[in-house]
Design a protein around this ligand. Sequence first.
Ligand SMILES: O=C(O)CCC(=O)C(=O)O
Ligand SMILES: [Fe+2]
Length: 359
Amino acid sequence: MSLPILSYATARTDPSAFIQPLQHALLTTGFFYLSDIDTVLPEWKSAWDDAFSASAAFFAQPVEVKQEIGMIESRHFRGYSAYGVEVTQGKRDLREQIDFGPEMGDAAQARANDDPLELSLYGPNQYPASTPALEPSIRRWRDLSDTIARHLVSLLAQSLTPHPERIVDIFLPSSAADYPAYSRMKVVQYPPIKPGEEGAGVGSHKDGGGITLLAQDQTGGLQVQTWEGEWIGVGPVPYALVINVGQVIERMSSGLYAATTHRVLATTGPSPRLSIPFFYSPKLTSTLHPLSRTEIHPSLLALAAQTEGKEKVSDVKKGDLHEEVFGRAAWRGITRSHVDVWERWYGRERDPVGGPERV
Ligand SMILES: O=C(O)CCC(=O)C(=O)O
Ligand SMILES: [Fe+2]
């Protein structure tokens, strides 16, 4: 089984021709490739090359230099996490990465005492002085990814419901004073593991946001779990994005567009693997009221009836990051992955909700 390839050129020129294969992909595996991006966004390939080469240059440095932007220094969970520090399903991931989010200055991030804790996730990014090319390439990547993701979510919403604004609006500020979408992204390196070392590049998980746009290099190692429980490889396709649904869309669609479980195998060498995931996500303040069945296209319900009734197999527990307010889900997700940062800045006394979760 291989994943469908959908053309971004079609999404732009003939949206109605894009929607039917989109529905099919989201009802069957929840993953697809998006090709032909450069035909719509001419700077795509150079943005891709720049982001990968700047990331590789950053990771090639000694760990002490990379710690210059350590996430542990950021109460907003932004910055560098060294190899083996991040945790998924209670196990250490065999990768290192830099996390970025929407850029907010000091004034915007100042919070009142009674604000919910998760609003601390808004704040400034950290960029490395050691690799000046990284910052502009990340800013450009965020802009391009945001454009693509916004368009895809609009088509996804149209494919689901006659009331697409029910989905689209949770991602968009309603006024200049409103909060922005909380779309995070990372640049990730999976170094070759040492003999005798065991584990995964990243363990089995479902993404917590709206949709994920993933760029990967030519190494391979990403796998998705089919709804029958089998693992299949998602091989590299040059300059194509791998798109998947996260738990926000799973919740909003009442489970019709389910978030697919995936993982990355440890890199066995000889070269490190690089990837750049972008998680298009709602505002932290958005309330996620799932669509009722009467709000969903009857034709889509009829299509889904062919697979409904069968329990989907997953290594991740059901309802993992479903919360009524998106910020709560985002908070639980990031604080359980980065317990060291949570302990330094928050800890159980201040925060009864986040931190390590029993798995
Ligand atoms: O690196 C990859 O291919 C996937 C990473 C991933 O699934 C994640 O960070 O959520
Ligand atoms: Fe993921």
